[in-house]
Design a protein around this ligand. Structure first.
Ligand SMILES: C[S@@+](CC[C@H](N)C(=O)[O-])C[C@H]1O[C@@H](n2cnc3c(N)ncnc32)[C@H](O)[C@@H]1O
Length: 289
């Protein structure tokens, strides 16, 4: 690994990694989606020339090993949650931990999209979009806020309308939060959800230590372990229900079958890997209502 680009303080390499994975898909021979923002990000950070595949080995901290372990995880969750957003007919989307997500620049439609994350990542995204001359396709509002704190006031002040159905998208987020922070997040999201809303959360069980038997897996799993906070209880189904959400889901393996994509053994429980659930939860009626 040579000449790793410097990231602004407060922007994590994992947010760049998943954007680079979307760029790699976007620039592949037969892309399942195009993501112009992801392509712009990797160019902006010097990880690729225009139209070129990103160099994962130019990223520090075992990112290349993590990429190999993840396989098509990011592609599959993108396809799945895009489908939820378009098929549910919601008028608002809220990205919880938006990172460098490019939906505002690629999903057509007249809807609003609110991006909740810490300020530096939102600013980096705007710089990259500006440099590439990209226009948003949805009405985008960046909401700098800490999801472990009072993010809801900032969202409401930014124009979020709790009377409208909303798709809440939490991709690659739950590993960064402790249980009490996640409890608060789920409760607040439920309070702000009109009927017809959806909560799309990605939650994975822990790896079996026996899988760390190859150099690439070892690097990737070690890297992942450094990121993990307490996260949700595993399995998370009852926890979701207790917080007022249904537990409808697909596993990553099921999504791989649906889209004709291979899932790596690290995310396939039948091959000793973790289970990764993509939840598409709906608000449950409140007791007594
Ligand atoms: C792995 S990235 C995923 C980003 C994006 N969802 C995607 O899939 O491209 C995780 C994101 O969660 C954000 N995040 C983590 N903890 C947060 C917190 N307490 N408040 C706001 N954002 C947070 C990080 O800043 C980062 O952008």
């Amino acid at each position: 690994m040579t000449n790793a680009p410097t990231l602004p303080d407060g922007v994590g390499w994992t947010a760049v990694l998943v954007a680079a994975q979307r760029a790699a898909e976007s620039l592949s021979g037969a892309p399942a989606f195009r993501d112009p923002l992801a392509e712009a990000i990797v160019v902006h950070l010097g990880l690729a020339g225009p139209g070129e595949q990103p160099r994962f080995d130019a990223m520090p901290g075992d990112m290349a090993g993590l990429t190999t372990m993840m396989g098509d995880l990011v592609v599959l969750r993108t396809l799945h949650n895009d489908r939820v957003i378009t098929e549910s007919g919601v008028e608002q989307v809220v990205l919880l931990g938006a990172g460098l997500d490019g939906r505002a620049y690629r999903l057509p439609g007249a809807g609003r999209i609110f991006e909740l994350d810490l300020a530096p990542g939102l600013a980096l995204k705007e710089e990259a979009a500006r440099a590439a001359g990209l226009q948003t396709l949805m009405r985008r509002t960046a909401v700098p806020a800490d999801l472990a704190g009072d993010w809801a006031s900032a969202l409401l002040a930014a124009g979020f309308d709790p009377s409208r159905p909303t798709a809440w998208i939490g991709e690659g987020l739950t590993i960064y939060l402790d249980r009490s922070e996640l409890d608060g997040l789920l409760t607040r999201v439920r309070d702000l959800s009109a009927p017809g809303s959806r909560l799309c959360l990605e939650i994975a069980s822990r790896f079996d230590a026996g899988l760390a038997d190859e150099e690439v897996a070892d690097n990737g799993t070690r890297r992942l372990e450094t990121l993990l906070r307490e996260g949700p209880p595993i399995p998370p189904h009852d926890w979701l229900i207790d917080h007022g959400w249904s537990a409808r889901h697909h596993t990553l393996v099921e999504l791989g079958e649906r889209h004709g994509r291979e899932v790596t053994r690290w995310f396939d429980a039948d091959r000793g890997g973790a289970t990764l659930w993509m939840f598409t939860s709906s608000p449950l009626p409140r007791p007594g209502s």
